[in-house]
Design a protein around this ligand. Structure first.
Ligand code: BES
Ligand code: MN
Ligand code: ZN
Length: 495
């Protein structure tokens, strides 16, 4: 999709569909602007018939018979005083859903001056693109699917917005990549295929890549990760991708949970636990690889970023983990596995130990870790755990800019008693109440306390059951834009 700005007036613009964002209470004064496309008397009538006042979430579509523009879509933005960047995103998504995919050229006219025009242009461009992506990879129909292929943001001066506009495609490509990884079924996106995807990224963007096979992981003593993998016929792949500009002044590590399928193991997912959805248990790693893609394109100068995924499946065979097994992680800690379905934290344990050995300035992990987090925060807000206030602030700010929900949760030390084992150093599961907190506390056992670390539980946010804002039903790619914002900010700070 090509996105550009045109400093034209509405009456000079040509294309098939025009979307206009309207601030509440400004309709009367704006009608004039559209009179070359539609008679103002007719437009006034349409507005009053539909009770369109420019309130948030209001929309009307008007099919035009004469003239070159085929359809006019008005979408409400709410009051100017309360306008937030997210309102622009939502409105752009609502309007885009009214556009048939065979329409080729879209024009968007928003009150750009009501906001920082660069931020607004970027948010709207992203929203149009992200809400209209369709995943047709697994359909047998071969003919080239129609797609909106040209979007013009009307009335924007392209000198001030140029650099913001240039970031839209790299960002959307990263999100799209993450969504595609999550949507891919477990018989396609295997641990091996995940490694292949990392290889493709490395080749395309000239990134360093190391893939540790089972033997190499054994040599590192990764007994927790390997214990999860051994119930599958598919070999694990430990992926370590690196973006390292010569001028880097900081180093960070991103870790993503990479369970290409989570059956639960012998604590099999039964009843309402939605085993059929568990292809998305690699949502964390998808966001991390999606971020890698965007970062490799945007090329921030001052920061080295490592992307780590301990990819495997949680399955059942004759050599699978038994509930009750005791295993040893690469930092020497022993773990009694009282529930084989709490497997993500076992894979992350060894990934965290590995990450700490890289001596980074900070570590962030993303994981579809607990159902408890979904119960606590729903599907629009991810849980954030960290002992580091600065890191918490940075990530919260980055997520806020991206319009991705995040909420800091307590790292309640006293709950550690829940993961005490009578026979090993730890057990992998605590009581049901506060289950996402004990999961975070478990991970903390594998992090060097001198390294700032944050854990983001995306079990709820990585997927949506219905079209919501910029997310069509399915994989959301949650986290990519938050991480990209954070990395960009760190790179600027290091300047
Ligand atoms: N992958 C699941 C968590 C999950 C649940 C993600 C629902 C998305 C939606 C994770 O591996 C898991 O099974 N967690 C268990 C932990 C429990 C056994 C302590 C859970 O949340 O039920
Ligand atoms: Mn599980
Ligand atoms: Zn899982």
């Amino acid at each position: 999709m090509q996105i550009s700005t045109v400093s034209k007036e509405i009456n000079e613009w040509s294309g098939s569909v025009l979307i206009a964002g309207i601030l509440e209470g400004t309709i009367k004064s704006q009608i004039n602007i559209f009179k070359t496309i539609i008679k103002d008397t007719l437009l006034s009538k349409k507005f009053s018939d539909s009770k369109f006042e420019g309130k948030k979430n209001q929309k009307i579509s008007i099919e035009l018979i004469e003239g070159k523009i085929k359809k006019l879509i008005f979408v409400g933005l709410g009051k100017a005083e309360t306008l937030r960047i997210d309102d622009l995103r939502k409105a752009a998504s609502i309007a885009t859903r009214q556009v048939a995919s065979y329409e080729r050229k879209l024009g968007i006219f928003f009150p750009w001056d009501a906001f920082d025009p660069s931020l607004g242009a970027c948010a709207v461009g992203e929203a149009v693109q992200l809400s209209s992506i369709k995943d047709l990879r697994f359909k047998s129909e071969t003919k080239d699917p129609a797609q909106i292929n040209e979007v013009e943001l009307i009335g924007l001066d392209n000198i001030t917005t140029q650099s913001a506009i240039a970031e839209i495609n790299p960002i959307c490509e990263g999100v799209k990549f993450a969504r595609e990884l999550v949507s891919a079924p477990p018989n396609f996106l295997t641990p091996f295929q995940m490694a292949k995807e990392a290889e493709k990224l490395a080749a395309e963007y000239n990134l360093d890549l190391k893939i540790l096979d089972k033997k190499e992981c054994e040599a590192q003593g990764m007994g927790a990760y390997l214990a999860v993998a051994k119930g599958s016929d598919l070999e694990p792949n430990f992926i370590h991708l690196k973006y390292s500009p010569k001028t880097a002044k900081k180093k960070i590590v991103l870790i993503g949970k990479g369970l290409t399928f989570d059956s639960g193991g012998y604590n099999l997912k039964v009843g309402a636990s939605q085993i059929e959805k568990m292809k998305y248990d690699m949502g964390g790693s998808a966001s991390v690889l999606g971020t890698a893609r965007t970062i490799a394109e945007l090329k921030p100068n001052n920061i080295e970023v490592h992307f780590i995924v301990a990819a495997c499946e949680n399955m059942i065979n004759g050599s699978a983990l038994h509930p009750g097994d005791i295993i040893k992680a690469s930092n020497g800690k022993t773990i009694e596995v009282n529930n084989t379905d709490a497997e993500g934290r076992l894979t992350l344990a060894d990934a965290l130990v590995y990450a700490c050995k890289l001596k980074p300035d900070s570590i962030v992990d993303l994981a579809t870790l607990t159902g408890a987090c979904v119960i606590a925060l729903g599907d629009e807000i991810a849980g954030l755990w960290t002992d580091n206030d600065q890191l918490s602030e940075q990530l919260t700010k980055a997520a806020g800019k991206a319009g991705e929900g995040i909420w800091r949760m307590p790292m309640q030390e006293s709950y550690k008693s829940g993961i005490k084992s009578s026979i090993a150093d730890l057990q992998n599961t605590g009581p049901r109440p506060g289950g996402s907190i004990t999961a975070a506390l478990f991970l903390k056992e594998f992090v060097n306390p001198s390294i700032p670390w944050a854990h983001i539980d995306i079990a709820g946010t990585c997927w949506t059951e219905k079209d919501r804002d910029i997310n069509p039903k399915g994989a959301t790619g949650y986290g990519v834009r938050t991480l990209v914002n954070w990395i960009k900010e760190l790179s600027l700070e290091a300047n």
